[in-house]
Structures are given as structure tokens and as C-alpha cells.
Design a protein around this ligand. Structure first.
Ligand SMILES: [Ca+2]
Ligand SMILES: [Ca+2]
Ligand SMILES: [Ca+2]
Length: 624
């Protein structure tokens, strides 16, 4: 998958707005930490695992000389796949017969291919697409061929995917990298060229877009030209090894096509990833004056990078119903460009049940969604007798902009199973927009009425995604999601610490992220500013109330870096301390403590951190 490209930096915006401008909203939302070396960029955003092989690892060792095991090479049943016809009247043929690519991008582990491929075929699909090809690929090809499915076999090039996953490459001067890839890819083409599961080869994924994360201005243009020239070198080499299968190259949106037209005449067809704008590809192709057909290699409903924000300021995920419609719409627009658009691999036959999996997967946790059946209808699978998922509408959360941490809030929805199946519910939450964690976590919830649920809000401040899963017990699931903003629970009384001077054992004073994060930031009454300590034990933060003061409640609002073990202590002289509360089981987020005490100074004395980071408090509230 991929983000739609932002307008390229520098001066070389192609005429005609071929890289639509509204994509400027796309950006990585989090400072990348230790990124997995091998992820497609959009997949990084969406948390999906895509089928990338070990060969896609960045900075590979020099490739070994080609040495396929002859005994393992299928030699008898390869197909001849061709792009035939002429300008505007092309078709793909397999052994002379017309072939429309009715495909899905492939997500499950290759080792499970035999298990999943019959289901793919049952959708009416004839093609799956991968992002990488190597020694592990054969079971996928075998399973495909056994089920009448063919593979668009990918080869990964850095910086792949819109955000530039895998690191930067200097395509002008890095001949070592280019020579490695020029040796590596044809090796696998030679290995698999006679396998009946092969449909075509696809070199690279969104690197023309991804290069903008590495270069800018004139240098970016030189790199894009050099990259597409290199893709052409690869295409020529593949054609030498395998004259019987076409070679294409995928990029995000059609902004890459002028580069391919200029530099990659040996491609047999173009390939484009397009989500919300997939129906604009035709006009872009026509206005661009291209002389090759294309396939859509990723498509479906709008992605996270191209939807409007909701009232809580996070991307508004389309409903299940809207997503399902997005697949049908994409397919209609592909088939509507007859003679030029030769088909599509829609995104995504994946099984992850996480943030990205809910956004795009047809079969999260191997349960079928409305989008699964929408693709099946588009591709002409046999839908007679299908039992289909519960349809959720009108999902709403009461007071979604201010849900107190740890308290119950009301979630409501209309749910109808078309087959009258009994529906079981599950509510889950996800903190992607707080800390980048893509996992779904079960939330405590109870049914309170017909389509109403009391859900216990997460304990941590910020905008959470909430998911309602409706399982019909027939292998189908409806999943609807919205966001809630978790806020501090109100406390009766006055926060006597607010605005009072604070000191701490250490402060993170350097400019990094949202820091400096000084002691006073924990008592400024602002839940967006925080104190952060050094990354060691023990650490303390104390507030000077100015005079001896009696309090009866303390509320700590932790950032992700929280205290596992800490005490609340009071002092009249700032020297000797009396403990009024202590715990060794702190769990971060909001800690609402009904503790009383009297003193001029109140402190949090942390003795064991909950993470490898330090101690960090948005607010240290002391209430009279
Ligand atoms: Ca059903
Ligand atoms: Ca603060
Ligand atoms: Ca807590």
C-alpha cells in the first residue's frame, strides 16, 4: 500500500497537477524508531505485514552468483504472458487467451499459501500480488498454480513505499547497490520463469515517490530519473532471462509515469497504486499521452493518508459499508477503462487484526467482512448461498470528545445480520494515535441494551480508536470504529498545586520532541505539557504549595513513561518526608488517588520505572 504522494518538493511539479496537491497531509505521524527494515511504506503506516522476502533486506550482502537448484526448477508448464494489441486497444494474454487481472495483494505467510489460496480463488480472483520474490516464494507459486491463480511477483527496491522504507539509495552513484539488485532479481526470475504460477514481474514499489524522503530539488529529479533508468536496466535484464512474462514497475499515483515514459521504455506496462483517486487514473493517463497500458497494483477504499480528520483530529476511517463500496467503485473504474487498464490487485488479502488490518484487510483474523463479499461480487465469484456479515451503522460514542479516563462511556450502534444470525460483540481499543502501537486491545465492556454498550475508557490520555466487532458465528465479522478523546477524570475540589513552583531530581531540558520538559510543566494545569526525568531510578518531582496545606486527593497524569513503584510524600521543610501513599503496581495513565495529607511540600518519589524511559508526568494534581 502506499500514501498518495504529497506535492513533490522542489520545482519539478509536473504540469496538470498529476501529483494531486491535497496529499500534503501525508506524513509519518511518529518519529521512526527502530523501523523494521523491510516494510512497505503504506504498510508501515497501516501496520500491515506485506509479503516481502529476505531478498528485500536493505544493504544486502553482495548477491551470490545465480545458482538455482535445477532439480527444484519447474521446467514444463510455464506460460507465455504477453501484452498485445495497440494504442488504447491492449489486452493481456496468457498462452494466447485474454486475461483480465482480477487480483488481490497477498498478505498471509507464504507457508500458509496452500491454506488460503482456495479462498482467494473462490472470490473469482485469478491473481495475487507480492512485493518481493526470493528463495521462499515457491510455495506461493505452487498454491497459486494449484488453484488457477497467478502471481505478480514483486522485487523490492529502496526507498520503497511512499515514506521511503528501507533507507535511501543514491541511484546516480551507488553502483554497488544497483549491481547487487541487477544480479539478485534475474536470479529469481530464472528460478521461477517456468513456473505456471507466474503472471509477470514487478520491479519496485513507490520508490519514485519515496525518493522525496531522501532528496529534494534538482537532486530529487536526478535521482528519480536515475531510479527509473535503473528500473529499465532491470527490465531489460529480466527480459533477457525470461522473454515470456511482462515486466512492470509500481509507483504511487501516476506522478511517476512521466519518469517511466522518459527512462523506462522496456517496461511492458505501467502499474499504479491508487486508493481514493483510483477513478482519476483514467483521466491522468489520457491527459498524459501515454503509450502503454497499466494495471492498478493496489486499490480500494480511501487510506488513512487521504481522508479528512474527525472531530478529535485523527483520520476518519470509512465505515465498513463505505469500504465495501470502495472496492466495487475501484473495480468499476478499472474495468471502465477498457483496452488500457488491464486489471487490478485490490488491497488487501490480509489476516492481521490490528489497526491497519481493520482498515484494509478483507479477512482479519480469517473472518470475512463486507469488503470480502464486495470483491467477490466484483470478480464474479459465486455468491449464491453466501452468509454475510453483520452490518453496523450509526456507531456513536457519547461525549466522544471528552471521555474520562477509566470511567464508563456509552457506545451505541445499529447492528443487523442479513441472515438473522445471533451476533456476539467485542469492543477493542487501539492507541496508534498516541504511541504508534497498531495492536487492538480488548476493552472492558458490557451490553446495556439493544445496541448499547458501557465501555470502560482506557486509563491513558489521548485520542484512542474504539472498535466494535460484531461476529455472526458464521465466519463473518462487521467492524466499525470511531475515536474517543480520553481526558482526565474530573476531581472535586481545587488543584492547589496548579501554578505553584515545582522542582525535580532531574529534568529533560534538551530540545527533543516536545521537550524541554521541566518540573513546572507538571503543575501548569496543561495536560499537553509534561515533566520528564533522566532515564534512571530513583527520581522525584515536588511542588511547593507555599504554606502548610491539607489535601484529600492526588491525581497523576502520566505520559507513556510512568512509575511502576512510587510514593506520595509530604514535608513541611522539604527535608524530612512522610509517606501518605505508595504502590509497587503503578500502571501509568491516570492514577487517581484518594489520599489525604498535610504539608507545605508534596512529592512523587519514583523508585522503579515502568518503561526503559524516565518518569514523565503531564500533571501532578493535588486537590484540597
Ligand atoms: Ca450472517
Ligand atoms: Ca502540564
Ligand atoms: Ca493508572
Amino acid at each position: 500500500m502506499h500514501p498518495q504522494p504529497p506535492a513533490p518538493r522542489g520545482a519539478a511539479r509536473p504540469p496538470g497537477d498529476t501529483w494531486p496537491g491535497h496529499r500534503s497531509r501525508f506524513r509519518p505521524r511518529f518519529r521512526p524508531r527502530a523501523l523494521p527494515a523491510v516494510v512497505a511504506a503504506g504498510a508501515l503506516l497501516a501496520g500491515l505485514t506485506v509479503a516481502l522476502p529476505a531478498a528485500a533486506q536493505p544493504a544486502p550482502e553482495p548477491a551470490a552468483p545465480p545458482s538455482p537448484d535445477p532439480a527444484a526448477t519447474t521446467t514444463a508448464a510455464g506460460s507465455v504472458v504477453e501484452v498485445t494489441g495497440s494504442q488504447g486497444d491492449w489486452q493481456l494474454t496468457v498462452d494466447g487467451r485474454p486475461y483480465t487481472v482480477k487480483g488481490l495483494t497477498w498478505g498471509p505467510p507464504v507457508a500458509e499459501a496452500a491454506d488460503h489460496m482456495p479462498d482467494v480463488a473462490s472470490l473469482g480472483a485469478n491473481t495475487v500480488r507480492t512485493w518481493g520474490t526470493d528463495a521462499t516464494t515457491r510455495p506461493l507459486l505452487d498454491a497459486a498454480a494449484a488453484n488457477g491463480v497467478r502471481v505478480i511477483a514483486g522485487f523490492w527496491l529502496q526507498p520503497g513505499g511512499g515514506p521511503g522504507s528501507g533507507g535511501c539509495v543514491d541511484y546516480v552513484s551507488d553502483t554497488a547497490y544497483k549491481n547487487d539488485m541487477l544480479a539478485e532479481f534475474p536470479r529469481w526470475v530464472e528460478e521461477y520463469r517456468d513456473h505456471p504460477g507466474v503472471l509477470m514481474w514487478n520491479v519496485g514499489n513507490e520508490s519514485v515517490l519515496g525518493l522525496q524522503n531522501c532528496y529534494e530539488g534538482d537532486e530529487l529529479e536526478r535521482q528519480r530519473d536515475a531510479y527509473t533508468t535503473f528500473v529499465n536496466d532491470v527490465a531489460k535484464r529480466i527480459h533477457e532471462v525470461d522473454p515470456n512474462h511482462p515486466v512492470t514497475s509500481t509507483d504511487a499515483w501516476v506522478g511517476a509515469w512521466p519518469y517511466y515514459r522518459r527512462n523506462a521504455p522496456d517496461l511492458d506496462l505501467y502499474a499504479v497504486n491508487a486508493y481514493a483517486a483510483v477513478c482519476d487514473v483514467r483521466a491522468a493517463w489520457e491527459s498524459g499521452g501515454y503509450d502503454k497500458p497499466y494495471i492498478v497494483t493496489e486499490g480500494g477504499p480511501p487510506g488513512e493518508w487521504e481522508v479528512e480528520d474527525d472531530a478529535n483530529g485523527v483520520p476518519q476511517e470509512p465505515s465498513d459499508v463505505a469500504k465495501a463500496a470502495g472496492y466495487g467503485r475501484a473495480w468499476d473504474c478499472v474495468t471502465g477503462h477498457g483496452g488500457v487498464a488491464l486489471g487490478a490487485t485490490l488491497f488487501h488479502y490480509g489476516i492481521e487484526n490490528d489497526f491497519g488490518g481493520v482498515w484494509f484487510n478483507l479477512t482479519p483474523d480469517r473472518q470475512r467482512r463486507l469488503s470480502y463479499y464486495a470483491v467477490k461480487e466484483a470478480y464474479g465469484g459465486d455468491t449464491s448461498g453466501d452468509n454475510t456479515p453483520p452490518v453496523i451503522s450509526g456507531l456513536a460514542a457519547e461525549n466522544a470528545g471528552a471521555v474520562p479516563a477509566g470511567r464508563e462511556f456509552t457506545l451505541s450502534a445499529d447492528v443487523a445480520d442479513p441472515d438473522g444470525d445471533a451476533v456476539a460483540y467485542e469492543v477493542l481499543v487501539n492507541s496508534n494515535y498516541i504511541d504508534g502501537n497498531k495492536a487492538l486491545q480488548p476493552a472492558e465492556s458490557r451490553v446495556t441494551g439493544d445496541g448499547t454498550f458501557a465501555v470502560t475508557a482506557p486509563d491513558r490520555l489521548g485520542v484512542w480508536k474504539v472498535y466494535l466487532r460484531a461476529d455472526d458465528g458464521r465466519g463473518n465479522v462487521g467492524i466499525e470504529t470511531l475515536s474517543v478523546k480520553v481526558v482526565p477524570p474530573p476531581v472535586d475540589g481545587t488543584n492547589v498545586a496548579r501554578g505553584k513552583p515545582s522542582t525535580a531530581s532531574t529534568e529533560q531540558t534538551d530540545a527533543y520532541g516536545d521537550c524541554p520538559c521541566e518540573a513546572g510543566d507538571a503543575t501548569d494545569g496543561d495536560f499537553s505539557t509534561r515533566w520528564a526525568s533522566a532515564w534512571s531510578d530513583p527520581q522525584w518531582l515536588r511542588v511547593d504549595l507555599g504554606e502548610r496545606t491539607t489535601f484529600r486527593h492526588v491525581q497523576l497524569a502520566w505520559e507513556g513513561a510512568f512509575a511502576r513503584s512510587y510514593a506520595i510524600q509530604v514535608s513541611d521543610d522539604g527535608q524530612s518526608w512522610r509517606t501518605v501513599y505508595e504502590t509497587a503496581e503503578g500502571n501509568g495513565g491516570i492514577d487517581d488517588l484518594a489520599v489525604s495529607g498535610t504539608g507545605r511540600y508534596v512529592r512523587m518519589n519514583g523508585t522503579a520505572r515502568g518503561t526503559g524511559y524516565g518518569y514523565s508526568l503531564y500533571e501532578f494534581g493535588v486537590y484540597s
